[in-house]
Design a protein around this ligand. Structure first.
Ligand code: AKG
Length: 277
């Protein structure tokens, strides 16, 4: 990574994030690292796990067809991907945006949206708020760093975020896998003064967008002939606490808390990326 100080958000950037629920960082990863990451992504898809441990699930196999490939906890399987999922600069940016003293990894998602110029298969990510799936955290003190491995724009189905939506609370429409985003939008029960105007996260490869766990986001089709590749690094502030008995209890990582009073997300399963001195 280049000089760390040029990469961190300014006061104005932090204020922008607080107001809008997202922020796009400058290029954090250079070409050589991106090349390695793409190669390691291919290794995971080929079932080659350098740690000897498989990802949580969903490492893609050809029988699954040409939709979105979503592989959870790829950092279990691969050290290059793990270095990115636990990158201290990403952690420091998250701590500044969230106003937190420390940042831990919640989980990662390796994402591959195949090129689909004839639009014959899906690949959309339906409108959702991540916290809808993460209510096992007592408060929405989570944020995602979405790392672009390729240049992304509307043509290849870049992520889109709805500014200020992190201030609207949990809404009635949350479905990552829904393909009909227009239908979702029409059914959305928004606050009266809300305006739903998604902003495309147009980025160069190596840039990283950050979005708050309550920010509404989704992505459309990749109409190019090349894949859109990325790692979504889902992070939480160090003071995030487990809350039992919610829809989030079905989340794969809840099982990792372990122990009778495992009420803190503070064990080894949730590595710390950054802590303020
Ligand atoms: O990659 C996408 O299009 C969506 C990813 C996403 O939902 C997330 O990172 O929270």
């Amino acid at each position: 990574m280049s000089d760390r100080n040029n990469l961190l958000p300014t006061e104005a950037d932090i204020a922008f994030f607080k107001q809008n629920g997202y922020w796009v960082a400058p290029q954090l990863l250079d070409e050589a690292r991106l090349e390695r990451l793409c190669e390691h992504m291919e290794r995971v898809y080929a079932g080659q796990f350098e740690t000897g441990r498989a990802p949580y699930n969903g490492y893609w196999t050809p029988e699954q067809g040409n939709g979105l490939r979503k592989t959870d906890n790829s950092h279990w399987a691969d050290l290059e991907l793990r270095a990115l999922a636990t990158d201290p600069v990403i952690g420091e940016i998250a701590s500044l945006l969230m106003g937190a003293d420390s940042i831990r990894l919640w989980h990662d998602q390796l994402l591959f949206k195949p090129g689909n110029p004839d639009r014959r298969s899906g690949g959309n990510v339906g409108w959702h708020q991540d916290y809808a799936y993460w209510q096992c955290a007592a408060e929405p003190t989570l944020v995602t760093a979405w790392v672009a491995f390729d240049d992304v724009n509307l043509d290849n189905g870049c992520m889109q975020v709805v500014p200020r939506s992190h201030q609207w609370g949990l809404l009635n429409v949350n479905d990552f896998f829904e393909q009909d985003m227009e239908k979702q939008r029409q059914g959305m029960d928004l606050p009266e003064d809300a305006s739903f105007e998604p902003v495309p996260m147009v980025m160069k490869a190596g840039q990283v967008s950050f979005h708050h766990a309550l920010a509404i986001h989704g992505s459309g089709p990749n109409t190019t002939s090349r894949p859109r590749r990325s790692l979504a690094v889902h992070l939480m502030t160090g003071d995030t606490r487990y809350k039992a008995g919610t829809r989030g209890d079905g989340h794969m990582n809840v099982g990792l808390l372990g122990g009778a009073d495992g009420d803190l997300f503070a064990g080894e399963a949730f590595p710390e990326l950054f802590r303020k001195n």
